[in-house]
Structures are given as C-alpha cells and as structure tokens.
Design a protein around this ligand. Structure first.
Ligand code: SAM
Length: 226
C-alpha cells in the first residue's frame, strides 16, 4: 500500500497514476526512492502556498519557478496547476519520472526536468526559487557559491523560499548535512525582504519515528530595485 494511503493524505491535484507499479525501476536507485514514492501525493507545502499568496496579492502573473530537490514533485505539481513554468531539479531520476507521469499533457510544456545535482545546474533567471527539505543536502563546500547563485537568478520582486536545518537538528552531525545557525540563516537573507522566518525547534514524526527537528522555513523577496 502506498504510504500516503496509510496516512489518509490523498490529494491528487491532477489525476496521478496511483499504483506502486507506476514507479518504474530507476537506473539511479538512491536512498530517496522510497521517500519520493511515498510523498508524491502529499498536499503542497503551506510555506509554498503562503509564498505564492504573496505573489497573488501583488497581482504578479505566474512566472518561472525552480523546484530544487523536488523529489517526485508534489510542489511542482501545485506550481504547474497555478500556471507557473517549472524547472524541477533532482539528482534522483525515479522522483522526476513519477512527476512526469503524474502531470496532464497541457502542463507538460511548462515543465523542464533536470536530473542532476542542483548545485551543478545552470540557473535560468526566475521569479521563484523553491526548495522543500532539500537545501541541507547541498555539499558544504558548494553552499556559498550555490546560494549566491540562487539569489542572483531571482528577478526583481522574485522570491526564494524553503527549508534550512539548524544545528540542533537530529541529522546535524551526519555526513553531507548542511546546518546553519539562526544568525547565519538570517545573514544569508540579508538584502532581501524577509516575509517568513519560521523557526521549528522541537520534535516531529519523520522516517517513522519522532525526530528532533530544528529548521528555519524561510521566504524572502528580492526588492524591486537592487
Ligand atoms: C527530503 S527529500 C525532499 C523531496 C521533495 N522536495 C519533497 O518535499 O517531497 C530531498 C530530495 O533532495 C534530493 N537531493 C538531495 N541532494 C541533492 C542535490 N545535491 N541535488 C539535487 N537533488 C538533491 C533527493 O534526491 C531528494 O529527492
């Protein structure tokens, strides 16, 4: 049974093929295959909906969005549904395949898939950089240049939003996990208009167990000038 059926969260915004058999074996099996399969029908993240709400209030038409570390793309699906053009990036090909299978034909021309590490992608100018639970997997030595590149890719009035892990996160000491202190996270957003800085410092169910969670959910706007 798909994991989302067990949780009762089944909210396909498009008619998504729902059988496990649809997840064709990937030539790039990674530790994320089970996660992306289980999450492909989850509802869009509240932080994303809030960020999109800010664009809507400005009367700004849907533009170009990057969904970095998109997994099977539950948030890409929402962006497409709202009329955005989406560059969905993930090093896990299985997730991208599920995303591609799950969207209607009329959205396909607004979706570009990039099966590669996000820190290696040549970034197009964009209106939104979105990343759900994925930025902490950026190699530490690439982080600074990568983050500066994301900021530079934003058009005036564009927004960057997503999750950063803090030092008290359960996985903070694992290899390949990037954490930032609150000060560092705020510094990374300097010069942008911070619209959300949600601090989660507690416990949440993750990976089948209660997990120490310390994260910053951020959403910030590039000023119109500058
Ligand atoms: C926790 S999952 C989040 C997936 C999706 N954003 C979601 O919210 O359902 C992390 C994702 O980041 C991807 N990932 C990890 N490191 C990456 C990297 N350096 N470049 C691109 N994708 C990466 C993994 O393959 C995985 O799909």
């Amino acid at each position: 049974m798909p994991a989302e059926a067990a949780t009762g969260i089944v909210m396909p915004l498009y008619p998504v093929k729902a059988s496990m058999a649809d997840a064709a074996p990937s030539d790039q099996n990674t530790r994320w295959d089970a996660f992306v399969l289980a999450n492909r029908l989850r509802p869009p993240r509240e932080l994303l909906r809030r960020t999109l709400g800010a664009f809507a209030l400005e009367g700004r038409a849907p533009g170009v969005a990057l969904d970095l570390g998109c997994g099977s793309g539950p948030d890409s699906v929402e962006l497409l549904r709202r009329g955005w053009t989406v560059h969905a990036v993930d090093s896990n090909a299985a997730g991208l395949q599920l995303l591609q299978q799950g969207i209607p034909a009329q959205a396909a021309e607004r979706l570009q898939l990039h099966a590669r590490p996000f820190e290696d992608v040549e970034l197009p100018p964009c209106d939104l950089v979105w990343s759900s639970w994925s930025l902490p997997y950026c190699p530490r030595e690439r982080w600074h240049a990568f983050w500066q590149g994301l900021r530079a890719a934003l058009r005036p009035g564009g927004r960057i939003a997503g999750d950063l892990f803090g030092p008290r996160h359960a996985w903070a000491d694992e290899d390949g996990i990037l954490t930032l202190s609150e000060d560092e996270a705020r510094q990374a957003l300097q010069g942008l208009q911070i619209e959300a800085f949600d601090i989660e410092d507690g416990w949440r169910p993750s990976g089948g167990e209660m997990t120490r969670w310390h994260a910053f959910g951020v959403s910030a706007r590039r000023p119109d000038a500058g």
